[in-house]
Ligand binder design. Structure first.
Ligand code: SF4
Ligand code: SF4
Length: 430
């Protein structure tokens, strides 16, 4: 591990200048792909506030922030304690370069960026988190939980790597019960059956609107660029669920109008791409931007900063306190398609389903350097997609801009290959 860096005022100032510039430029490029719907602006503003204007997240009066590092940490429980969950998985290149001095070289850039923010103390959304709930999933997250203790109180959350019907849900349920007094002590508020039901409803409303949004996203031709969709999905990490749901309702209404006006942002024959793999966390919109700048339509994503985070609503059958806790424990592990689970056939099933629903013609498999769990699953997915005659490429990237040209060439060639394939198909059918 490199020697520890002493952060001083000058380093902090340089960091702020660079980090805010990069974050602003990625958001601007996303907006320039096509005129964004007016109702999409609050989502972009939320990202800009956190990463460019360096403001704390906008949260309800009197709420504390609780940082989380995975979609498997139930936000409902945090809302129930009268606090705001803030997902801190970051794609900041600048924070990554700071974290690189504290985390082993071969670790993934995402955990380095989280550590970088912890050390530099320049992101209020991060600094103001009272504590960090960190899942024990892949090796990088596991070791990050220990390393982050230097900068913030960390509560590790054990995620059972198997999905055995009762045994593993019980383990996770115990973990969630263990979290309750920690959250209550931090916020000074009790988690009651009522507050838990309110938390579930608030997140449920966001999930409902997201499902509607996904319906518009699937439309051919596209109603808005997929890179803007990725930014909108990322903003969920920094907005209260109820506010996000209201804004999303307005966006869905505007998309309905655009649909009626046939106001599309792509042509019918542009290659439709699904991106899956390691998280695509703002500001790291490198891959989505390259896909769309090279003429593809990013029509769907199977990533945990995208649709996966809001995919399945919590299904409460027993409305007692324990019944709701059980529903949370089940929702946040069983349907999760993250490759940290031993058997992940659900992910293949889900991707096949998305390929069909979104009329996908090619898949880009994104692997962040050092992210072994996603890399492991590539050959399995390649085989499954081969049976469907869907081309797939694996692209490895890091949090820097040095690999952009190489990625651009590969992605452009992939998109051209899909165009040729579709052309040949049409000729055959003609
Ligand atoms: S990749 Fe998996 S472990 Fe990592 S944050 Fe996403 S869901 Fe959690
Ligand atoms: S799942 Fe991959 S990207 Fe996420 S923390 Fe682990 S190694 Fe990093």
């Amino acid at each position: 591990m490199a020697e520890q860096i002493q952060t001083n005022d000058r380093q902090r100032e340089l960091f702020i200048r660079k980090a805010t510039r990069v974050a602003a430029s990625y958001l601007n490029r996303a907006k320039q792909l096509a005129e964004p719907p007016e109702a999409a602006r609050p989502f972009f503003d939320a990202l800009e506030d956190v990463y460019v204007n360096l403001r704390d997240v906008a949260k309800p009066e009197g709420y504390k922030s609780i940082g989380t590092l995975c979609v498997m940490v139930p936000p409902e429980l945090i809302y129930a304690a009268g606090a705001m969950p803030v997902r801190l998985c970051s794609g900041s290149y600048t924070a990554y370069s700071i974290g690189d001095g504290y985390i082993p070289r071969d670790a993934c850039p995402l955990v380095k960026a989280v550590m970088g923010f912890g050390k530099i103390r320049a992101l209020p959304a991060f600094d103001n988190c009272a504590l960090l709930v960190s899942p024990v999933t892949c090796d990088c997250k596991k070791k990050l939980a220990g390393a982050m203790e230097q900068v913030k109180r960390v509560v590790p959350l054990h995620i059972p790597p198997l999905k055995r019907e009762d045994a593993d849900t019980e383990v996770f349920l115990r973990e969630l019960y263990r979290l309750i007094p920690i959250l209550e002590e931090e916020t000074g508020r009790r988690i009651t059956a009522r507050s838990l039901a309110e938390g579930i409803n608030a997140v449920g409303a966001a999930q409902y609107e997201m499902a509607e949004f996904a319906r518009y996203r699937r439309h051919v031709p596209a109603l808005l660029p997929g890179t803007q969709v990725m930014a909108i999905m990322n903003s969920y990490s920094y907005m209260p669920a109820g506010v996000w749901a209201r804004r999303m309702r307005a966006l869905n209404a505007e998309l309905e109008v655009r649909l009626a006006q046939k106001r599309f942002v792509s042509r019918e024959n542009q290659p439709r791409i699904l991106v899956t793999g390691s998280p695509i966390a703002y500001p790291n919109l490198k891959i989505p931007l390259l896909i769309e700048e090279m003429g593809g339509v990013l029509a769907a994503d199977e990533t945990c900063m995208g649709e996966r985070g809001l995919y399945d609503p919590v299904s409460v059958i027993d409305p007692s306190f324990d019944g709701m806790m059980r529903a949370l424990a089940s929702r946040y592990t069983k349907p999760c398609t993250c490759p940290v689970f031993v058997d992940n056939s659900q992910r293949i099933y889900r991707i096949r389903q998305m390929v069909k629903q979104s009329r996908i013609q090619g898949v880009i498999y994104h692997v962040l350097r050092g992210c072994l769990v996603y890399d492991y699953e590539y050959p399995i997915l390649e085989e499954a997609l081969g049976k469907l005659d869907i081309p797939v490429i694996r692209v490895e990237s890091d949090y820097n801009e040095e690999d952009v040209e190489q990625l651009r060439i590969r992605i452009e060639a992939f998109i051209e290959m899909i165009k040729l394939k579709e052309y040949a198909k049409q000729r055959k059918g003609a």
